[in-house]
Design a protein around this ligand. Structure first.
Ligand SMILES: *Cc1c(COP(=O)(O)O)cnc(C)c1O
Length: 434
């Protein structure tokens, strides 16, 4: 393939760079980490997407996770169309937000009440405020390589985007804000214990991705999540699970249901919005009623609980949860893809370790299976960049960073997985030979 196959994408990106920093509205999209130019997308249908030049791709980005049904599912599109006919926003209560709150509360064991916001970033920021307000403590513990959105105090050691750019932190975050965040390596309970010991009665919360997805997919080791639960209980700190990716992806009850460890607060986003902008945070009635108007911890939003976004989320979840085989099917596709990628790499002699949990996985270009950020970053990112380009040229759309998850949807099938594995085999051979 030559650049003439991407003529329109290149033209549009040139225009984009004049008026959008880097030509994008979110940094990873710019393809800096894979040293290329992004393809500009025009449409999606099921597991497939089409760019503005008419090239087709099997999509493993799926909008970074929300699209568990694939692109443009007819029922979701219908729900959005119907909702929008009745008006786009009211700034007053509507029924769909009650429906979605009931659904979330009925599926997540630790959630009785929920507050909808407009992004995962906003949900994480608000959950932390609630934890601080309720515990009357200021410090939080987060983990290297976990991402909880881009709020000031949460950007420290924040995984994919930041990892991709090699920025340890971001300029513009006041040192005093960053100092409220204490960082521990993932999967290391001793480190968390030491931090609690060093700051007695000062730590409001531990916030964690129960399955890490933003240093690439990294699994929690057995007893890790239960160990965090215990440490929080012993130290009167809240445990916050950021399930923006894992919620409704790892299982219908998120990672908390899958691993049977219940946090005090849960942060949600992505799938619950069905591809529209949504975030949420939830927990027990007692905790959530600390928020205004029932309590005095303040958080608000003009478009929060937006009826169109609620409709997209409800349609998505209703289809997903009605199919009792959905998660088994998604996992079987994940297993098949992971096995195919590993055996192709083994045959060709390129080190590759795949971490796969259900419908999400990362193929790390290294021999070992990473258990934390330090280990994840030992991957051969130059090799990943070549692989990414070779896959794109063959019609497979992967996130343009070694440290992102691949996302499967119910629209993928065994045939597409096998096709992807065949392309991966060719791509790895091409990587090997240049
Ligand atoms: C995507 C993500 C967020 C941020 O959500 P936005 O909607 O992009 O603000 C927070 N936490 C995790 C784990 C995420 O993957």
């Amino acid at each position: 393939m030559t650049s003439s196959n991407f003529k329109k994408s290149l033209e549009i990106m040139n225009r984009a760079r004049a008026h959008l920093p880097g030509g994008v509205n979110s940094p990873v999209r710019a393809y800096r980490a894979v040293d290329g130019d992004p393809v500009v997308l025009r449409s999606g249908n099921g597991a497939m997407i089409t760019d503005v030049d008419g090239n087709e791709y099997i999509d493993y980005v799926n909008s970074y996770g929300p699209l568990i049904l694939g692109h443009a599912h007819p029922d979701v599109i219908h729900a959005v169309q119907e909702a929008s006919k009745s008006g786009t926003s009211f700034g007053a209560p509507t029924e769909p937000e009650v429906d979605l709150a009931e659904l979330v509360a009925s599926t997540f064991p630790s959630i009785e009440m929920v507050r909808f916001v407009n992004s995962g970033t906003e949900a994480a920021m608000s959950a932390i405020r609630l934890a601080r307000g309720q515990t009357k403590k200021d410090l939080i513990i987060k983990f290297e390589g976990c991402y909880h959105g881009h709020a000031d105090g949460l950007l420290a050691s924040a995984g994919s985007g930041v990892a991709t750019f090699g920025l340890p932190d971001s300029p513009g975050v006041p040192a005093a804000m960053a100092a409220q965040t204490l960082i521990a390596p993932y999967n290391n309970l001793e480190a968390v214990k030491s931090i609690f010991e060093a700051h007695p009665d000062k730590i409001a919360a531990v916030v964690v991705e129960p399955v890490a997805g933003n240093m690439g997919v990294v699994a929690p080791q057995p007893e890790y999540l239960a160990g965090l639960r215990l440490l929080c209980d012993q130290n009167d700190a809240l445990l916050i699970f950021d399930e923006v990716i894992s919620g409704f992806r790892v299982s219908a009850s998120g990672a908390q249901g899958f691993f049977d460890v219940h946090p005090d607060l849960t942060i949600l986003g992505k799938i619950i919005g069905g591809g529209l902008p949504v975030g949420a945070y939830g927990g027990s009635r007692e905790l959530m009623e600390e928020m205004a108007p029932t309590g005095d911890i303040y958080q608000a939003g003009t478009l929060s609980g937006n009826p169109i976004a609620m409709a997209a989320g409800l349609a998505t979840l209703n289809i997903l949860l009605a199919d009792s085989e959905a998660y088994n099917y998604l996992n079987s596709l994940g297993v098949r893809l992971a096995a195919g990628l590993e055996s192709a790499a083994k045959d060709i002699g390129i080190p590759l370790s795949v971490v796969q949990i259900g419908s999400t996985l990362t193929a790390f270009f290294q021999d070992a299976v990473p258990t934390n950020y330090d280990e994840a970053t030992r991957s051969d990112t130059a090799m990943f960049a070549k692989f990414h380009r070779e896959m794109l040229n063959r019609g497979v759309h992967l996130a343009p960073s070694q440290y992102e998850a691949w996302f499967l949807s119910l629209a993928h099938d065994e045939k597409l997985i096998d096709q992807t594995v065949n392309y991966a085999r060719e791509a790895l051979m091409a990587c090997q030979s240049n």
